[in-house]
Design a protein around this ligand. Structure first.
Ligand SMILES: Cc1cc2nc3c(=O)[nH]c(=O)nc-3n(C[C@H](O)[C@H](O)[C@H](O)COP(=O)(O)O)c2cc1C
Length: 185
């Protein structure tokens, strides 16, 4: 299991870890129970406030826990947690405790009741910003209110889902910053 030292991270910079579209683990807490689900359908929506949107299927056990508590934590795993990512995405929190089953540690968050997953590279604490698209699209719009990111490695091996059970693992970096306008970076 990976062990990370994490530090508070500027909220305006969370895109560095989410804009690449990594598979994330969404942790939640409601009525004394916790849960985790795997998620690939998400996007960054604003720098400040730091907004983030995601799709949560209403048949997932997490859906009601998250809708009612109006909070969650978005955790970014690396490939070290590949088995947990798949296991968590193929089981229901209605019948098992996923922290226990998948050997993960629930740490207390600072701003929300949902737990941080210690073994993940980054943890973003979220409060519901806009509930208007939930009923129609199952789309939750979050404000990230606290960010914890590991101090190393700088380029984590995150997982990116291609469908059909295939994942792409983050690899080479192509730096084209000199071709960017300064205000477009
Ligand atoms: C790679 C992967 C990506 C997934 N992406 C999403 C997603 O974006 N939204 C969603 O609602 N479910 C997604 N799922 C499915 C949920 O993780 C799955 O239904 C899970 O069992 C829900 O757990 P729960 O019922 O305990 O909430 C994904 C699953 C996997 C394996």
């Amino acid at each position: 299991m990976p062990r990370y030292t994490k530090k508070n991270y500027p909220l305006v910079d969370i895109r560095r870890h989410l804009e690449t579209g990594p598979i994330v683990l969404v942790s939640s807490a409601w009525k004394g129970k916790t849960n985790i689900m795997t998620m690939g359908w998400h996007m960054v929506m604003e720098f400040s406030p730091a907004l983030f949107g995601c799709y949560i299927w209403d048949q997932n056990h997490s859906f009601e826990m998250i809708r009612r508590s109006r909070q969650c934590v978005i955790n970014v795993p690396t490939v070290d947690l590949a088995n947990q990512v798949v296991g968590i995405g193929n089981t229901s929190g209605a019948s098992i405790d996923k922290f226990e089953k998948f050997g993960l540690t629930a740490d207390e968050a600072e701003e929300v009741k949902a737990p941080l997953i210690r073994e993940c590279y980054a943890n973003f604490e979220c409060r519901l910003h806009d509930a208007r698209l939930i009923e129609r699209y199952s789309l939750f719009v979050w404000e990230v209110v606290k960010a914890h990111v590991a101090t190393s490695p700088k380029r984590p091996k995150t997982m990116h889902y291609r469908g059909d059970g295939e994942f792409m693992i983050a690899g080479r970096t192509l730096n084209l910053s000199r071709k960017f306008r300064a205000d477009r970076l």
